[in-house]
Design a protein around this ligand. Structure first.
Ligand SMILES: [Zn+2]
Length: 443
């Protein structure tokens, strides 16, 4: 669903917020973990008080465990708060999940789709968007090393960002995902961006039809997110484009969670969401891999406090070679239905399958403009291919043979050509589609 435009007042308030907070966000990046933890706790205390006073869902949950807002003295108290799930927030929307007194008309509503197929509307106050703009700015700086105000930023997305441009100041150009790849390329040539934000499935398609044309743009950094891509793919894209390509881990609920630095590690965006890794079956901290649970530090219209995101990951105790103090998230895996479960119970993770497709496609340049690998039974999958400029039937057969060799004998792959691969309402496309009955999780 496209976001509505900001009103003049909302825009002015956000602009003032941006100007006032810009330096603070830069400073916070250098804070020690202790300084950051103190700031996060202060912020969380205010958020919990607000949720207890205005959001019935949280008040009921907290009362049920005998918690009063004044009880939140330190982190141990915070860790005793019950976690909240998507089902609870969706079930309570809007009356119990949204803060009382918040006018829906004063909010931007985004929709979380997610692989569970359960939709959730998420309101954000339209005059409190600057933290997210500053987080986006930071994510590009982490990839590119810098982001001066004159750099042009193109984003290939479903709808425009709800911002009004200021001429010559962080110029933005919007290119719709729905456009044909040739038109997207033409729009990129016209806007000559230094920075590009794009879904992996779109970038794969653009590279399939014109690698040199993309390289000639002289991009300084590319940000890919929202869909799964693997480090092997991003390294290859980086080599093809001649610039760093970074991923970030985001969700509609927790917004910016973590982003890659130039050493390809995922650092937490600590001042946007406070992250914990908990056991899946309890609210205790997990030892190693566990469920991503986040507290979004800015959304007061619909607070997310100890929200179970559903993904699995772990916190890496090691320091990154880049020297950033933010904690490192690693081992991030999505839900099991992003991968395949074979008839004998073995799992093929989505990352493995994407890498297998990538290696097969790499040796068949231009054959596929887009693809999707879809499991059809316990031991069979179909590779849906949208033919690229160098498509011929024999190249298609060779592609499937190469993919079969990557995957091995555990699953047979057949080819199907198609002129259209579906995208969801937000323009994303699932590249790896498991059987719908797979609701378990993989580690
Ligand atoms: Zn780093």
């Amino acid at each position: 669903m496209p976001l509505r435009e900001l009103s003049r007042t909302e825009y002015a308030v956000n602009l003032a917020g941006l100007a006032a907070a810009f330096a603070a966000y830069r400073r916070r990046e250098g804070w020690s973990p202790g300084q950051m933890r103190d700031w996060q706790l202060r912020r969380i205390r205010r958020l919990v008080e607000h949720a207890y006073a205005r959001v019935p869902l949280y008040r009921d949950k907290y009362r049920a465990v005998g918690f009063e807002p004044g009880d939140l003295g330190g982190w141990d108290d915070f860790r005793r708060l019950p976690t909240v799930t998507k089902a609870e927030l969706v079930g309570g929307f809007p009356d119990s999940s949204m803060a009382r007194g918040v006018d829906v008309a004063a909010c931007l509503i985004s929709t979380s789709s997610g692989s569970t197929g359960r939709m959730m509307d998420i309101p954000h106050r339209a005059d409190r968007l600057w933290p997210y703009v500053l987080a986006t700015h930071r994510i590009f700086r982490w990839i590119a090393g810098r982001y001066p105000p004159g750099w042009r930023h193109a984003y290939i997305y479903t709808s425009r960002y709800p911002v009004r441009p200021i001429p010559g100041f962080y110029p933005l150009s919007f290119i719709p995902t729905a456009a044909e790849p040739e038109r997207i390329l033409a729009a990129l040539r016209a806007s000559r961006p230094q920075l590009l934000a794009v879904y992996p499935s779109i970038l794969r398609g653009l590279l399939a039809i014109d690698t040199q044309g993309l390289r000639d743009l002289g991009l300084r950094a590319v940000s890919v997110n929202s869909e799964l891509s693997t480090q092997a793919e991003r390294d290859a894209w980086s080599a093809a484009l001649g610039c760093p390509v970074g991923d970030d881990y985001s969700s509609e609920e927790l917004t910016r969670i973590a982003a890659q630095c130039q050493a390809a590690r995922y650092h937490l965006v600590e001042d946007i969401a406070y992250l914990e890794i908990l056991e899946e079956t309890s609210d205790r901290a997990a030892d190693g891999i566990g469920e991503v649970v986040g507290t979004e530090l800015h959304n007061t219209a619909m607070p997310f406090i100890r929200y179970r995101q559903g993904d699995l990951a772990r916190l890496d105790p090691n320091q990154c070679t880049c020297g950033r103090p933010q904690r490192i998230l690693s081992g991030l895996v999505g839900r099991a239905n992003d991968g395949f479960t074979l008839a004998d119970g073995r799992r093929l993770p989505a990352g493995f399958l994407i890498d297998a497709c990538y290696r097969a496609l790499m040796n068949h340049p231009g054959v596929a403009a887009a693809y999707r690998l879809r499991q059809t039974s316990g031991d069979a999958a179909v590779l849906d291919v949208q033919p690229g400029p160098r498509w011929v039937a024999s190249a298609g057969s060779s592609l499937v043979t190469a993919l079969q060799a990557e995957i091995g004998s555990r699953m047979s792959v057949t080819l199907r050509t198609t002129t259209d691969l579906p995208r969801d309402s937000s323009g994303k496309r699932r590249t790896i589609v498991g059987l719908p009955s797979q609701m378990g999780r993989m580690v």
